[in-house]
Write a protein that binds this ligand. Sequence first.
Ligand SMILES: NC(=O)c1ccc[n+]([C@@H]2O[C@H](COP(=O)([O-])OP(=O)(O)OC[C@H]3O[C@@H](n4cnc5c(N)ncnc54)[C@H](O)[C@@H]3O)[C@@H](O)[C@H]2O)c1
Length: 257
Amino acid sequence: MKRVEGKVALVTGGVGGLGSAAAKLLAREGAKVVVTDRKEREAEGLALAASLGEGAGLFLPLDVTREADWASAMERTLAHFGRLDVLVNNAGMGIPKDIESISLQEWRLVHAVNLDGVFLGCQYGIKAMRQCGAKGSIINVSSVAGLQGVPTIVAYGSAKGAVRLLSKSVALHCAHKGYGIRCNSIHPTFIETNMVAELANSSGNPEKARAHMARTIPLGHLGEPDDFAYAVLYLASDESKLMTGSEFVLDGGATAQ
Ligand SMILES: NC(=O)c1ccc[n+]([C@@H]2O[C@H](COP(=O)([O-])OP(=O)(O)OC[C@H]3O[C@@H](n4cnc5c(N)ncnc54)[C@H](O)[C@@H]3O)[C@@H](O)[C@H]2O)c1
């Protein structure tokens, strides 16, 4: 028996570094996976969904900031696979600016993707899971930046911090209502993906920036996408059935200091 056999999972930002690692591992462990991402990443999304195995993957365009996209993606997921058990609210982006340099427009954009997107995901995810009677798992991707102040990416930290508490309120709501739906947040440190490459490049000296990132992590190195994927797999599976409203911290010891 595979670890998430028979479950249907939807991953937002599924074409990106962490989303694609999670989608592949969930499929390898028996889940059907709906890979979603922005329309402009459709070609990569279709290729990824096709690579997950015969009938195991489906790509749907989903801009997490657009409510109509959520309504359509949930409807199409239920029509295609008949259920939704796992929702990974993974889509995200950041703007490396501090409190003095960020504009209101940039602030709003970062919150629209990282926070409003997760809010809509939780709302539509609960509705879809209840519709099909799933004892589901909602996995919200926050960050170490949602646990500690990070002055150089101020809006990102604000949004990720809000995701941490949103997840706890969603978890308690679902528990009090007796839905059997769980909700947890994941807090990764730096993991080698496009997002980290962009952050490193924006500093003007990517090598120095990477070395600095590694120094913030007591284990001494950045994480790998699979470190994230295995955390998602655990939270998606019934192995984590007692976990809700929790913070899954994947930080190489950073927040232990
Ligand atoms: N890589 C890290 O070091 C790290 C650390 C902590 C948290 N995270 C979080 O992990 C998640 C995944 O990040 P990643 O490292 O894979 O980055 P990535 O840039 O490789 O992937 C992000 C994905 O989100 C998608 N996306 C962006 N805006 C979107 C929107 N409006 N609607 C739908 N999709 C959208 C992108 O198209 C992309 O596929 C993000 O929430 C990020 O904040 C990453």
